[in-house]
Design a protein around this ligand. Structure first.
Ligand SMILES: [Zn+2]
Length: 213
């Protein structure tokens, strides 16, 4: 997710995201989840994430108002795309160490996953799931055209080099290709016509062939 959007989330939900800044990880985020820690999902899921984090911020406020110590508040470790869904991972310290939120989190997690399946991960408009498993993405029709996960290598190359911001290059290359095709077409036709007239000339003048020693 774009850094400016992440910064908004950090400002809106300082308690829920208190350990998510990289400099706050040591000792707070278990080593096993550090590899996936961070807000790595697409910009289009910003609003969904903002709403979900709001729930956790209010939950923590309620805990804090009852005198719960900071090290007992739940905390977010990652917001990422997993199998085409927004996966928000929230942990809480237990007497044994750090464990995943259980019963409370199940319903919330299912809600956000379901909502993300119908929301374009790039722009936030209504979208649909494309691809399966780890390759699954959620795109609207416009974003799909730019980033279809099953596009061919040629299509990917063309998209990469001739995206919407590069129309001038595409136009120039297209015109150059057309010019080359037309040029070679004319040359080829000229050669064919020349060959045909030579053959006709030779057939009409048999002496010319006979005079060859
Ligand atoms: Zn989109």
């Amino acid at each position: 997710m774009r850094l400016t959007l992440q910064e908004q989330l950090f400002q809106h939900h300082p308690k829920a995201l208190r350990y998510l800044r990289a400099e706050a990880w040591p000792g707070h985020i278990p080593a096993i989840v550090v590899a996936t820690a961070g807000i790595t999902c697409g910009n289009g899921w910003f609003s969904l994430l903002d709403q979900q984090l709001d729930y956790w911020e209010r939950f923590i406020d309620a805990q804090a108002s009852q005198g719960a110590a900071e090290n007992t508040w739940p905390f977010v470790v990652s917001a990422r795309r997993d199998n085409g869904e927004l996966q928000l991972t929230v942990l809480i310290r237990t007497p044994d160490g750090i464990g995943v939120m259980s019963s409370l989190w199940e319903g919330m997690g299912a809600q956000v996953r379901q909502a993300s399946r119908g929301t374009c991960e790039c722009c936030g408009k209504s979208g649909r799931t494309l691809g399966t498993g780890k390759l699954a993405h959620v795109f609207c029709t416009v974003c799909e055209a730019h980033a279809h996960p099953n596009r061919s290598r040629i299509r990917a190359w063309v998209d990469h080099h001739f995206d919407s911001g590069n129309n001038l290059v595409m136009t120039v290359c297209g015109l150059a290709l057309l010019f080359c095709a037309a040029y070679f077409g004319v040359v080829l036709m000229g050669l064919m016509l020349a060959g045909k007239s030579l053959a006709q000339g030779a057939a009409a003048d048999p002496d010319q062939l006979g005079s060859t020693p």
